[in-house]
Every structure is written in structure tokens, then in C-alpha cells.
Design a protein around this ligand. Structure first.
Ligand code: 5MM
Length: 348
């Protein structure tokens, strides 16, 4: 394993002022996004949408360090025949690939899921390397049960262990292939749980994750962590302030993530666009931590562009304007230089 080479890639992925575009929606998930704008989920539409994003300037050159692709996209060509991954490389960004195969119910642990995709992963990683991927992503999905549920509450220690074990095996295989693993244990924010409960579960999850990474020989210099922020469930009546979210998230990360990790790139997890930007910005304004803190957003980078595009060619420029704006705002947030006033200004 060439740790220096892995560290070089990971460091580029979290370069100050830039972050990662998560465009790795599986066919089913992109279908849900397209439903919201009344667009058919065809291969051509998926290509047009993603080609538009990857051709957006200056967003791609200035604010995007890497793009997480889906299997179909890493093999797909733009309308003029240029491979989509080449559009990304030409902007100086790194192509990456989602390698997990989604979640299924975890046997013996009702209410919990496990991520699939380890079988044959060594061979798939070798192929993705040939196709140009220099980083990968695997997402574990962790759900916090309703606060009133005492019996059978989730996540359980066993459920966390199973998911983190899989993340460790995936990460070790990636590094063996010369690919930087993005390690993503996502605690869903859809529930009724409090911010305190999210804090507790995030701490347990990350503690267990770094034990697994250690036990499976993963070089921490060559990973990027993609966690949730510490927030209350969307249905919780008591919502924390941005200061509390930032302070709790930094505290949990400091308590659990070794300083050898070059960077942490958050998922947005269903936060509103501006909310995801301001929470990241607040953490970087507070500062005082050993890793870079940036974004690996899917929805919070794409949503306004998607609504501007509506699946129609005539809206191409409007969609690129929207993507440019969100990318720039998140780029500023990764430096702690964002403000609501700047966000309110409409780019030309
Ligand atoms: C882009 O969505 C990814 C998952 O897609 P599937 O559920 O179809 O596999 C997801 O892993 C995403 O990369 C992260 O959750 C970050 O995206 P958000 O939208 O939460 O920032």
C-alpha cells in the first residue's frame, strides 16, 4: 500500500475552498429526484443532467475537488462522445465511484440495515481504477428509533458493529487497490430524536468505526470521513441553533476522529441548502481542529439546479447559474467565509 499516494489524493479531495459533489444517486434515487420535477428517468436524461453539472464553470474548477459517480455514469459519454469522467478530470477534479450495493435488512436485528457489496469488490475496484476512479464511497445507513421506543430501540451495538465492520473491509480493499475510501456512516435525520440523542449515537458510531478501521489495517492518512452533522431529527419539536449544531459536531469529531485523518466531508442528509452551508461555515468559523472540514453534498449542491433545469434544455443556463451559486457558497463555507448576505446576492 502506497500511503503517501493515498494521502496525496485524500488531501486534494479536501483542499481548502473546495469540496465533493455527490452525484452517485442510484437509478432508483435519481428517479425520485426527477419525479419532483416531472422528468422521465431515462438514461439520456440522467446523462444530460450530469453532463450539465460537470460542464458548469467556474463551479467545477473552483469549488469541486472530486465527484462521486454511479456505475452507469463512470462508463457514460457526453452527447459529443467525451467520457463524462474526462469532463471532470479536465476541470482538475478527481472522479470517484460509489461501490456499495445499497442496504438490506440486517438479520437478527429488527429495524436495522446492513450495506451490501463486499463480494467481488476487489475485482470491481481494479476495474474502476482502470476507468479512472481514484476514490470510492460506501454508505452505512443508521436509523435512530422513536424516543418512546424502549424495547427494540435502534441502533444496537451489534448493528453498529456489523455496519462498521463492512466499512472497514471496504476501506482496506480500496487502499489495497490504490483508491481512497470515503467512509460514510450516515445517521438519518428524518426521525423524532433530540439533538442529544443524535450526539450520543454519532459518538458511539464513530468510536466503533475507528476501532474497526484500526483492526482492519486501514491507513487513516488515506481516508476521507463522510459523517452526518449532529442535528435533531426533522420531526423533533426542539431544534438546536446553528451554534449548538456546530459545537456538538466539533466536540463529537474531536472525541472520536484521530488527527491522522486528512479531512472530513459532511453529507447534507436532507438539510435545506442554506442550512447545510451555514452549519459548515459555523464550524469553520469556530475552527481549532486538526482536519479539514468540507462538504460532500448531494442534495444541498444539486437541488436548486434541479428545480431550475426541470429536464428542459432551454433551462440549461439557469441550472448552471444555480449550481455555480451553491458551489461557491459551500466553497466559502469550507473556509468559514460565508455570510447570509453573500448568499442572498444573485450571481450574474
Ligand atoms: C447521492 O445520494 C447517495 C445515495 O444514493 P443511493 O441511496 O441511491 O445509493 C448518498 O450516499 C449521498 O452520496 C450522501 O448521502 C450525501 O448526499 P446528501 O444528499 O445526503 O448530501
Amino acid at each position: 500500500m502506497d500511503i503517501a499516494a493515498l494521502n496525496d489524493i485524500a488531501t486534494r479531495m479536501v483542499e481548502p475552498g473546495k469540496g465533493i459533489l455527490a452525484a452517485d444517486e442510484s437509478t432508483g434515487t435519481i428517479g425520485k429526484r426527477f419525479d419532483s420535477i416531472g422528468t422521465e428517468n431515462t438514461e439520456d436524461n440522467r446523462r444530460d443532467w450530469r453532463e450539465m453539472l460537470f460542464r458548469t464553470q467556474p463551479a467545477m474548477e473552483n469549488y469541486i475537488s472530486g465527484v462521486i459517480l454511479y456505475d452507469e455514469t463512470i462508463r457514460q459519454d457526453a452527447k459529443d462522445g467525451t467520457p463524462l469522467r474526462k469532463l471532470i478530470e479536465d476541470c482538475g477534479a478527481i472522479p470517484g465511484i460509489k461501490v456499495d450495493k445499497g442496504i438490506t435488512a440486517l438479520a437478527g436485528r429488527p429495524g436495522e440495515n446492513i450495506t451490501q457489496g463486499l463480494d467481488g469488490l476487489r475485482e470491481r475496484l481494479a476495474e474502476y481504477y482502470e476507468l479512472g476512479a481514484r476514490f470510492a464511497k460506501w454508505r452505512a445507513v443508521i436509523e435512530i428509533s422513536h424516543p418512546d421506543q424502549y424495547v427494540g430501540s435502534t441502533p444496537t451495538r451489534g448493528g453498529l458493529k456489523a455496519n462498521n465492520h463492512a466499512l472497514g473491509r471496504y476501506a482496506a480493499l480500496c487502499q489495497e487497490a490504490g483508491i481512497v475510501p470515503i467512509v460514510e456512516p450516515e445517521i438519518l435525520m428524518g426521525g423524532h430524536h433530540s439533538v442529544e440523542r443524535c450526539h450520543e449515537v454519532t459518538e458511539k458510531t464513530l468510536n466503533s468505526l475507528f476501532t474497526e478501521l484500526y483492526e482492519q489495517g486501514v491507513a487513516l492518512e488515506g481516508i476521507v470521513l463522510k459523517p452526518n452533522m449532529v442535528v435533531a431529527g426533522k420531526k423533533c419539536t426542539l431544534q438546536p441553533s446553528r451554534e449548538e449544531i456546530a459545537e456538538r459536531t466539533i466536540k463529537v469529531l474531536k472525541d472520536t476522529v484521530p488527527a491522522a485523518v486528512p479531512g472530513i466531508a459532511f453529507l447534507s442528509g436532507g438539510q435545506e441548502n442554506e442550512e447545510a452551508t451555514r452549519n459548515l461555515d459555523m464550524m469553520n468559523k469556530i475552527g481549532g481542529f486538526p482536519w479539514k472540514l468540507t462538504y460532500s453534498y448531494g442534495r444541498a449542491l444539486q437541488q436548486s439546479a434541479l428545480f431550475a433545469w426541470k429536464g428542459q434544455e432551454k433551462n440549461y443556463d439557469a441550472a448552471q447559474t444555480a449550481f455555480n451559486h451553491r458551489a461557491k457558497m459551500n466553497g466559502l463555507a469550507s473556509l468559514g467565509e460565508w455570510s447570509a448576505d453573500i448568499d442572498a446576492e444573485v450571481d450574474a
